[in-house]
Design a protein around this ligand. Structure first.
Ligand SMILES: Nc1ncnc2c1ncn2[C@@H]1O[C@H](COP(=O)(O)OP(=O)(O)OP(=O)(O)O)[C@@H](O)[C@H]1O
Ligand SMILES: [Mg+2]
Length: 246
């Protein structure tokens, strides 16, 4: 099972939109896929119209007791592990368990033969949970809005990866919410986009992505021929190709 984390310490950069759409494209390509909603805001579950079971709690999650809580989606090959309100304290719980950055890897060990791909929709922070995510993931995909603060968050992620002595090749960034009419976006992309760590696919700022909140479906379902659906599919193909080279 390949673990692909959609992670950024910054909020609102498009992590959930990306996780939801990539999970759909991954499943559509025939791979058995699990989308794990690690953010207590529960947006990924919301987009797939799935509510968590009340009995699910971070205690079960941390014990790796996942199977009873995994739910099917409306789509072939795609399951979802919903979040729970108690996940807001996952960091504290990880600290209480000894503060190791290797706990999350163990959490997913029990389902490693059940899925080909596990996609994590991560909450926006830079904590012990983030360290666990970076260690557990085979690939950490980070959306970067082409602006100063998003680039700063990206630089901090590279620093954290180095601190954890994790191979930088695990990281892949892409430009998210791109508006080429803005000089700052174009200039930032020309300055940083050539770095190997950046994927070539950009996800533009598009109304169809925002409307996912109304349709509660991946864009490839609500607007199959839209530029948004095509952009996410291209991003998925690029991520998958890169993950095969690792
Ligand atoms: N490519 C896009 N085009 C237009 N709107 C987008 C795009 N990507 C995301 N959005 C919108 O931007 C907002 C933030 O997106 P999203 O929830 O995916 O970000 P996030 O990084 O997961 O946020 P958080 O850190 O709060 O979890 C949402 O309203 C979403 O609909
Ligand atoms: Mg999110």
């Amino acid at each position: 099972m390949k673990i692909i984390a959609i992670y950024s310490s910054k909020g609102g950069v498009g992590k959930t939109a990306t996780a939801v759409n990539l999970a759909y494209d991954c499943a559509r390509s025939g791979k058995s896929t699990l989308l794990c909603d690690m953010d207590p805001q529960g947006a990924a579950g919301y987009y797939y119209r799935i509510r968590p079971k009340d009995s699910f709690h971070r205690k079960q999650f941390l014990k790796g007791d996942l199977a009873p809580f995994i739910r099917g989606t409306d789509f072939a090959n795609l399951d979802l592990l919903p979040t729970h309100f108690s996940f807001r304290n996952l960091d504290i719980a990880l600290e209480d368990r000894g503060g190791s950055a290797k706990e999350l890897k163990k959490v997913f060990a029990g389902i490693k033969d059940d899925y080909e791909v596990l996609i994590l929709d991560c909450p926006p922070n830079m904590t012990l949970l983030s360290e666990n995510i970076i260690i557990a993931a085979d690939m950490v995909v980070t959306p970067v809005i082409p602006t100063t603060l998003s680039i700063l968050a990206f630089a901090q992620l590279v620093k954290l990866t180095d601190k954890l002595e994790v191979n930088r090749k695990k990281l892949a960034a892409f430009f998210s919410l791109v508006d080429r009419r803005k000089n700052m976006h174009s200039e930032t992309i020309s300055k940083f986009g050539k770095k190997k760590i950046f994927l070539t696919t950009e996800i533009p700022s598009l109304a169809d992505v925002e409307k996912m909140g109304i349709h509660r479906q991946p864009v490839a379902v609500s607007a199959p021929t839209s530029p948004a659906a095509l952009a996410y599919n291209q991003l998925w193909l690029e991520i998958w190709r890169r993950s095969m080279q690792l």
